[in-house]
Design a protein. Structure first.
Length: 78
């Protein structure tokens, strides 16, 4: 583990301390979780955003036109 010193506004520190107490975790754990969820590079952020978009589109899409198809060839095979 690495020790990290962070300077934040007193009001922010108090607010987050109360948040940590409600969640039954430490401030260190909250900061660690925050860092863990950050993408390691821009590509990871893009991949995550793309994955979320694809999942949203799958959840919202509905079949149209009656027959379901799984590939382009089936669509044009009439």
């Amino acid at each position: 583990m690495v020790a990290l010193t962070v300077q934040v506004d007193e009001k922010l520190a108090e607010r987050e301390k109360r948040t940590a107490e409600r969640r039954h975790i430490t401030i260190d754990a909250m900061v660690g979780r925050y860092f863990a969820q950050l993408p390691s590079d821009d590509r990871a952020a893009t991949t995550t955003a793309t994955d979320q978009l694809i999942e949203t589109l799958r959840e919202l899409s509905r079949p149209m036109g009656g027959k379901l198809w799984t590939c382009r060839d089936e669509l044009y095979d009439r």
